[in-house]
Design a protein around this ligand. Structure first.
Ligand code: GLN
Length: 306
């Protein structure tokens, strides 16, 4: 598979490098608007330990909502089935920051990978994990095999200052009794988590445990159970790209997660993880060139989860 992967990502990269104006860089979190729309990187890690990279893969970017999978994975071993009384496991079919559905559904977010769902996960993590911010960073560094991973304070501060809609989601959930902590504290913590910066090489490595039955291949340690690995991958497949999840599953055929920083990470269980970064977003808030890249990758490789 090694030669095939190397050739395929090179061909795709060269093919899509001239693609410009295919979307819009996120600007509702002001520092994200400063990122060049031309950035493009692809990284692949296999469960056998091979690594392939091309483009701007040493440059870090804001992982934003991709952090929702990492925080959910940190919480999963600490909670039981009662978690599902507070958050659902159905695709939302709505934008990632929508308030409408949350009102109809009495403050229970559709799934952990939309903003409201991730805010509930952060609320629960704060109750269970002392020094959560430090713990999450250590967790991600261990998964990525790199000590060089941090929050970006400018991005976190900016989102905290401008994130009225996210605060509204949290207050609405609190009004329904589905939120325990102080909104300002939980939202600040959520902003820190979204502000984590990684390059595609680190990002692909940090998701490899989800292609490896829940075990971090770098140190052989179990991160999540095989049952939770199955569940997290299923949630990524059905909910990882918000109201574009069905289209993504159809075109790409991998569980994946996007962020408004322009990153998308995806896995083929038993085989590999792949991270793509290209900041121009489509109307769903997902990277346009990222999706095209991943669709061609599974088509050319002839392997997906289907
Ligand atoms: N931090 C962003 C927000 O809450 C994350 C959204 C995203 O990446 N889709 O709006």
């Amino acid at each position: 598979m090694a030669n095939a992967v190397e050739n395929i990502i090179k061909t795709i990269y060269e093919n899509y490098l001239p693609m410009e104006g295919a979307g819009k860089v996120a600007d509702y979190i002001p520092p994200l608007a400063k990122v060049s729309p031309h950035k493009y990187a692809i990284s692949v890690c296999t469960v056998e330990g091979e690594k392939f990279n091309i483009g701007d893969y040493t440059e870090k970017f804001s992982i934003q909502s991709i952090s929702k999978v990492l925080t959910f994975s940190l919480l999963a071993p600490l909670v039981g089935e009662e978690l599902w009384q507070s958050v659902g496991k159905e695709p939302s079919g709505s934008p990632f920051n929508s308030l409408v559905q949350l009102e109809y559904e009495k403050g229970i977010p559709r799934n952990p990978f939309i903003n409201a769902g991730a805010l509930v996960i952060t609320d629960k993590l704060l109750e269970k994990v002392p020094n959560l911010n430090e713990r999450l960073l250590l967790y991600v560094r261990e998964l990525a095999g790199s000590a060089d991973i941090d929050f970006n304070k400018e991005v976190a501060d900016s989102e905290y200052a401008t994130g009225e809609r996210n605060k509204a989601l949290a207050h609405l959930m609190k009004s329904f009794g589905n939120f325990n902590g102080k909104v300002s504290h939980v939202f600040r913590t959520y902003c820190n988590h979204c502000s984590i910066e990684m390059n595609t090489a680190q990002l692909a490595q940090s998701f490899l445990f989800l292609a490896n039955g829940g075990i971090n291949p770098l140190n052989g340690e179990r991160v999540v159970s095989t049952r939770d690995t199955k569940r997290i991958n299923a949630l990524m497949l059905t909910c990882g790209l918000y109201d574009e999840s069905g289209d993504f599953a159809y075109k790409v055929g991998m569980p994946g997660k996007s962020g408004v920083g322009g990153g998308i990470v995806a896995v083929i269980p038993g085989r590999l993880s792949i991270a793509v970064w290209s900041p121009e977003l489509n109307r769903y808030g997902n990277s346009t060139r990222g999706i095209a890249t991943l669709a061609d990758f599974t088509t050319e490789l002839g392997i997906s989860v289907f």
